[in-house]
Design a protein around this ligand. Structure first.
Ligand code: NAP
Length: 248
């Protein structure tokens, strides 16, 4: 069986590790190429866009792919749309492997927004000390609110960061610990946090820290993804693969 994993997430890495060394499954991991130094892959790796849904369709045919697991990030809406289109066009079975969104808990002070433009507006007119944790994407949206002081955390230096007049950049990769998140927010006098509702354990500590410190969180809701079969646990994904491996 020839399997393509669309990655860039912990879920994709876990699936790649689970399939490494299997003689009956030739799995390949695909990354967009956003980070300069991706983690080493235990299975063959390809890096870079496919050239839209049409490019992915051509790749599925050229590589004789039998099944695709879309384990991209919940906010990677375009890649998931292309995967749904290409798999439908070729008849290749597709499963989305994703994590559940975080649920609001008692004590959370979330302000739900749909876009980063709305997140910037939600910070309000008065200058505040803002912790931007949504990563490199769409930082430029906050140039529309230049009165705030931004603490920006990202894995690599975001190209858009110079759009923010008052900022400090922390380069760091999760997982993050609750005590460290509380200490950071306390030391930086953070008054409000901006986050995507990514879900998962690795970056949840900032949400807990904000709750414990009484700090509001501007929470970007997930984009809509195509209606495709979905799994949230590795064992479910492996069972789905097994079911398709057994099929003629
Ligand atoms: P996106 O907007 O959905 O995708 C933009 C384009 O990047 C796609 O059209 C595709 O180019 C290419 N691409 C995306 N994922 C790819 C993959 N796994 N393999 C090959 N090409 C891929 O995605 P994004 O939000 O820019 O995210 C890019 C990558 O970073 C994804 O792999 C995602 O899992 C990961 N990531 C994203 C976030 C986030 O918050 N968005 C967070 C953590 C990790 P073509 O059209 O040319 O094929």
């Amino acid at each position: 069986m020839r399997l393509l994993i669309l990655g860039g997430t912990a879920e994709a890495s876990a699936l790649a590790a689970a399939l490494a060394g299997r003689a009956d499954i030739a799995a390949m991991l695909s990354l967009a190429g956003r980070t300069l130094h991706p983690a080493p892959s235990p299975i063959p790796l390809r890096i870079g866009g496919f050239g839209g849904a049409e490019g992915l369709r051509a790749c599925l045919e050229a590589e004789r792919i039998d099944v695709v697991v879309d384990a991209t990030h919940p906010f990677a809406a375009r890649m998931s749309r292309h995967a749904a289109q290409a798999c439908e066009a070729t008849g290749v079975p597709l499963l989305v492997f994703t994590r559940l969104p975080w649920e609001r808990q008692s004590g959370d002070r979330w302000i739900d927004v749909k876009t980063m433009e709305a997140a910037a507006a939600a910070l309000g007119p008065a200058p505040r000390r803002v912790f931007l944790t949504q990563g490199r994407s769409q930082l430029a949206a906050f140039a529309a609110a230049p009165q705030h002081r931004y603490l920006v955390r990202a894995i690599e230096r975001p190209g858009e960061i110079d759009a923010l007049p008052f900022h400090r950049l922390i380069l760091s990769r999760g997982p993050f610990r609750l005590a460290d998140e509380e200490a950071l927010m306390h030391a930086e006098n953070i008054e409000i946090v901006v986050s995507k509702n990514s879900g998962g354990e690795a970056t949840y500590a900032k949400i807990e820290a904000a709750r414990n410190l009484g700090v509001p969180v501007v929470m970007a809701q997930r984009p809509t993804k195509p209606p495709v079969a979905q799994a949230t646990r590795l064992d479910e994904v492996l069972a789905w693969i097994e079911a398709h491996r057994a099929a003629p």
